[in-house]
Ligand binder design. Structure first.
Ligand code: AMP
Ligand code: MG
Length: 421
């Protein structure tokens, strides 16, 4: 057996960021910038009002209350030429350009109107009050985001605000997923004797999509050397990486091994990793195309956990991401998390719940055998139990968070933390 670190040390370096490509900003969410983004214009683009109110000259309001002559109005989207002179004001809406001569805006709630032509400003207004200055968020010529930035909705908003229609990013890797095994069938028809439904392929395709990669369904492939070779070659022609399940265990006589050994020119490494679940793992690159192939175990939980441990971080490298792993949280065991000592790191499918104080409580999400997919479905994290006896209730347990949304307790509304709101 090799350690998780050793296995990752073998797999990860074989994956590198895909060649950059221009993509529409609407398709760039979650992608990684392959260029610095420079601002060619300032944001905001011009001085404008942060409030509905009156644009005025601050010095005219020093002896509040003050009576000003209303000489015009300006709405958002307009460009009124009306200037504000001494003793004058212009009615202004949020986002409208500040009229020439004005240096401040008084919010409407601090004013009274007597007639259409006059406004009484009840308070002294500081120069610059409620004015948004050009470039105060982003100055023209500034470097806004560095290469390597993973684009959030906020980033997409900034790109749009700068007038960028496309952006240079590392594209999402195209990941082909195939299942191997003569026992596998597709669809809802009655199961023939001895057959099982292919769940791994669908679950792995879902993991691929959830990770913001492009999923390519390569179907079920029989344990047949010719069919397998064809499937890998066809997959390699279309995809940046291939993920296969089944036929990688020690005892397996499957053709998967024979075929991958041949197609990889002997580079395929068949590993036993000191983790549970997910001990068997195969990795190599196809000799003809250089396409990396990850062979994940067939047991459904093992397949999904192996994807988490190896495929996801490796494919994130292809996507240009700099954060490869899941965040580690410190949790408190809600119940005893016992395990026998066996030289492996145990990854317990678990439910982590953050209480109102932010404490993360951890309990198993169900039965833990590697064919029992239900607990994987219910889990929002993998609790990490290093080799040893495990942890007693109340003890500390580290976990990899898989689904931050499911860390929140279920409730009708959105609860603020204790002492907030
Ligand atoms: P293997 O790794 O091929 O020896 O398979 C280990 C176990 O996982 C066996 O019980 C297989 O029937 C099961 N298995 C393999 N592939 C799949 C799949 N795609 N979906 C569900 N179960 C599978
Ligand atoms: Mg098999």
């Amino acid at each position: 057996m090799i350690t998780l670190e050793e296995a990752r040390g073998f797999v990860l370096p074989a994956f590198s960021a895909l060649a950059p490509r221009q993509v529409a900003i609407g398709a760039a969410l979650g992608c990684v910038l392959a260029e610095e983004v420079m601002a060619n214009e300032p944001i905001p683009p011009f001085a404008n009002s942060a409030m509905d109110g009156y644009a005025l000259r601050a010095e005219d309001t020093a002896a509040a209350p003050s009576r000003l002559a209303v000489v015009g109005s300006v709405m958002a989207g307009e460009h009124s030429g009306v200037a504000v002179g001494t003793g004058e004001a212009v009615r202004i809406m949020t986002g409208a350009p500040l009229p020439p001569g004005a240096d401040a805006v008084c919010m409407i709630e601090r004013t009274r109107t007597q007639d259409d032509a006059t406004v009484v400003v009840e308070v002294a207004v500081d120069a610059g009050a409620n004015v948004r200055y050009p470039g105060e968020d982003i100055a023209s010529g500034e470097t806004v985001f560095g290469a390597g930035t993973s684009l959030s909705p906020g980033h997409v908003g900034v790109l749009a605000a700068l007038g960028m229609e496309t952006v240079l990013v590392h594209p999402r890797p195209l990941v082909g997923v195939l299942s191997t095994g003569d026992e596998l069938v597709e669809g809802g028809a009655a199961l023939p004797p001895g057959k099982i439904r292919d769940s791994n392929r669908h679950a792995l395709l879902a993991q691929v999509r959830q990770s913001n990669f492009e999923a390519v369904d390569l179907g079920i492939v029989r344990d047949d050397a010719h069919e397998l070779a064809k499937a890998f070659e066809r997959g390699a022609a279309r995809c940046d990486a291939l993920v296969t399940t089944g036929g990688v265990s020690v005892g397996d006589l499957d053709m998967v091994k024979v075929v991958l050994d041949k197609l990889s020119g002997g580079s395929m490494r068949w590993m036993q990793v000191a983790v549970k679940p997910g001990k068997p793992l195969a990795f190599g690159t196809l000799a003809a195309s250089g396409t990396p192939v990850l062979g994940l175990p067939g047991n459904p939980v093992s397949a999904l956990v192996s994807f988490e441990l190896f495929a996801r971080p490796a494919l994130r490298r292809m996507a240009g991401q700099r954060r490869l792993g899941r965040p580690v949280l410190a949790g408190v065991a809600e119940v005893d998390l016992r395990r026998p000592s066996d030289g492996k790191l145990h990854l317990v499918r678990a439910i982590a719940t953050a209480d109102a104080s932010g404490t993360v409580l951890v309990r198993p999400s169900g039965r833990q055998k590697s064919h029992m997919l239900r607990a994987m479905a219910e889990a929002n994290c993998l609790a990490l139990l290093p080799d040893g006896e495990g942890v007693a209730a109340g003890g500390h347990v580290a976990l990899w968070l898989l689904d931050a949304d499911r860390l929140a307790p279920e409730s009708e509304g959105c609860d603020a933390p204790d002492g907030v709101s």
